[in-house]
Design a protein around this ligand. Structure first.
Ligand SMILES: *Cc1c(COP(=O)(O)O)cnc(C)c1O
Length: 364
């Protein structure tokens, strides 16, 4: 391998986060959400690492489930967006897939197929919209849907919803969704699923039969205030090497568009990672990174394959020193806040060009 730009994926941290979350909600089945290639961390490696401790995986789409089956993972897999096409339903039993149905058309596809409905019933989740207004049957239709699909409802059926504001300090919206949902399902004995990471961490009543844990597994807090909720360990550390070092005089500029002007004589380090690797191009000057355990600041525009940092404050710095863009030494959410986004986006966007290096023991 030549360029030493890596996303180190700490599978020990992944397991620790899982166990900490499971301890919060020990009576629930805590589903590991590994959609979008496990939020950029690598779905197969992450799934295998936690496989012994997880009863169910969830992905967004059918193709992602096939990838896991291809890799030999055996747990049931929940497909959060439900089928996009009728044909996807045909491998439900052979692949042990579970589906979130959220529209009448999906029931029509099932009923028009030759799939045995009794067999399929154990694979059915039904999603209700309680205020997120993205997917799901209107919660007002709860009784109607239950009645209409009586033949598909069993003690295995899971009724789900999704909260829009579980990560917000103000709990009014979440509480409103929770009470709408719990009121509607009140006298059913069906199994329930409400919580994502944030709701599992902050809303006790959202912890039901199944929690759907995503971002927190990967060690990025779902809350803007990192002190909220339990302590999580960073799973991904994104690092690259300094491949250029130059001293520039006060008043000279750095990078495309000459947007950053050195306020004093400065030592500039060029780092081998750019927007083609998933580092956000709109990261502003001042966005932090770590070199030799100290903070350095991004200066000038992000290029396709390179970043430039002002390293004038470092006592010592050498060519091919390592820079951490985010990870164990620098919280991904802090970088995200400089860039105007969230940890989820930074993590999922690390591109195919960055090799994932898996760490599976305490010693690095
Ligand atoms: C992605 C997703 C989750 C996981 O959310 P996190 O915030 O990452 O924990 C849960 N439920 C649904 C429906 C999702 O799409």
């Amino acid at each position: 391998m030549s360029r030493q730009t890596f996303a180190h994926i700490n599978l020990v941290a992944l397991k620790d986060n899982l166990h900490a979350l499971q301890a919060l909600s020990p009576n629930s089945t805590n589903i590991a959400v590994i959609k979008a290639d496990a939020y950029g961390n690598g779905a197969i490696a992450c799934a295998k690492a936690i496989s012994a401790d997880v009863d169910m995986f969830a992905v967004a789409i059918y193709e992602e489930a096939l990838t896991l089956r291809g890799a030999g993972l055996e747990q049931p897999i929940l497909i959060l967006q439900g089928p996009h096409q009728a044909a996807e339903l045909t491998t439900t039993l052979s692949h042990n897939l579970h589906w979130v149905f959220h529209d009448d058309l999906q029931f029509e596809w099932l009923r028009a197929s030759n799939i045995n409905l009794q067999d399929f019933a154990a694979h059915l989740w039904i999603k209700f919209d309680t205020g997120m207004h993205r997917l799901g049957f209107a919660i007002e239709r709860f009784s109607e849907i239950m009645k209409k699909h009586q033949d598909l409802i069993s003690d295995k059926t899971v009724i789900s919803t999704h909260l829009a504001c579980a990560d917000e300090k103000n709990t009014e919206h979440a509480n409103q969704q929770l009470s709408l949902f719990l009121k509607a399902v009140n006298d059913t004995k069906l199994r329930l699923s409400i919580a994502n990471s944030a709701a599992t961490m902050e809303h006790q009543t959202a912890r039901q039969d199944f929690n759907r844990l995503g971002i927190a597994l990967y060690g990025s807090s779902p809350f803007s205030d990192a002190s909220q909720g339990i302590k999580l360990k960073a799973v991904m550390s994104l690092t690259a090497k300094i491949i250029g070092l130059r001293r520039i005089p006060k008043g000279d500029s750095v990078g495309y568009g000459a947007t950053w002007i050195a306020p004093r004589e400065s030592l500039i380090a060029t780092v081998a990672l750019g927007y083609a690797d998933g580092y956000p191009r709109h990261a502003p000057s001042g966005t932090p990174a770590i070199c030799r355990g100290q903070r350095i600041a991004l200066v000038g525009r992000v290029s396709m394959d390179m970043l430039t940092f002002d390293v004038s404050n470092l006592e010592k710095v050498e060519l091919f020193d390592e820079v951490e863009l985010w990870g164990e030494q620098l919280c991904i959410n802090e970088v995200a806040s400089f860039v105007g986004t969230i940890g989820y986006e930074l993590m999922t966007r690390v591109s195919y060009r960055v090799p994932r290096i898996y760490i599976d023991s305490e010693a690095k």
